[in-house]
Design a binder for this molecule. Structure first.
Ligand SMILES: [Zn+2]
Length: 259
């Protein structure tokens, strides 16, 4: 009699799930993908919303989160995108292995670079144990309201699966508007502006910012976001130009143009 091969694996989430009692759960138990999930990946309707597809996949393959054994759709949708992307990466590794062939198009010459990536070499930034951190940004130009008052401090919570699902369609049609929609959902503070006024202004705030301030927000997210660092820097094998890009997570499960 041989040993039954392990099909369940434990992973430590970069951020963790905070329950109603304020306890943070960080150990997720995953099982390998099966034919059931293969059917999800092929489902045309699910593939139209990448956020929903990820929620369904992870709900199906996450057995428990610490002592929480009733991992349902809502819980997975409430996880930060940092944790969801990390779980997707681990799911890919336990199911299909750690090596993936990625294709990067060179912006200078248009040539395609085929690279074998080792997924276990991607760095993972972990938050401390206090649950999801907030991201603070000091703006240089700031947001000016119609009375001429200028607000220069912005704070954001981390995006979650719910945000991914709600903004997926906007992202598909216009990436910049998609970013505005996502960021305004996640904005939790703008100087001393009252919450109801901030929420009434909505995406207008982000749209009115100068490009310099928008770049400051992007930089703050890049530097302070916990999770898997998917940024890649390589040299084009055809023309020698430097290529700065990110590893495309959709390629993890060979999803042709899912989003
Ligand atoms: Zn090139």
């Amino acid at each position: 009699m041989g040993n039954r091969p392990t099909r369940e694996f434990d992973f430590e989430l970069p951020v963790g799930y905070m329950d109603e009692d304020g306890r943070v759960h960080r150990t997720a138990t995953l099982r390998k993908m099966s034919g059931h999930e293969e059917a999800m990946l092929a489902d045309r309707k699910l593939r139209q919303n990448a956020g929903k597809l990820v929620t369904e996949l992870l709900t199906s393959c996450t057995k428990k989160l610490d002592d929480v054994t009733s991992v349902n759709r809502q819980l997975i949708a409430d996880l930060t995108s940092a944790d969801r992307n990390y779980l997707l990466l681990e799911l890919r590794k336990i199911t299909f292995g750690e090596t993936i062939e990625a294709n990067y198009r060179c912006p200078a010459c248009g040539g395609t670079n085929h690279i074998l990536e080792e997924l276990d070499e991607l760095p993972v930034n972990r938050a401390d144990n206090g649950g999801p951190p907030e991201i603070m940004v000091e703006l240089e130009d700031g947001y000016e309201d119609k009375n001429g008052e200028v607000y220069t401090t912005m704070s954001f919570r981390l995006p979650t699966g719910v945000d991914e699902e709600k903004t997926a369609n906007i992202v598909k049609s216009n990436a910049s508007r998609g970013t505005n929609a996502l960021l305004s959902r996640c904005m939790v503070g703008l100087g001393d502006m009252p919450t109801n006024r901030r929420e009434a202004l909505g995406t207008k705030i982000l749209g009115d910012l100068t490009m310099g301030d928008r770049a400051r927000i992007e930089r703050a997210f890049r530097q302070e976001m916990p999770g898997v660092d998917l940024t890649r820097e390589l040299t084009c094998e055809h023309c020698g130009s430097p290529i700065k890009t990110t590893l495309d997570m959709k390629s993890f499960f060979s999803l042709p143009s899912a989003a």
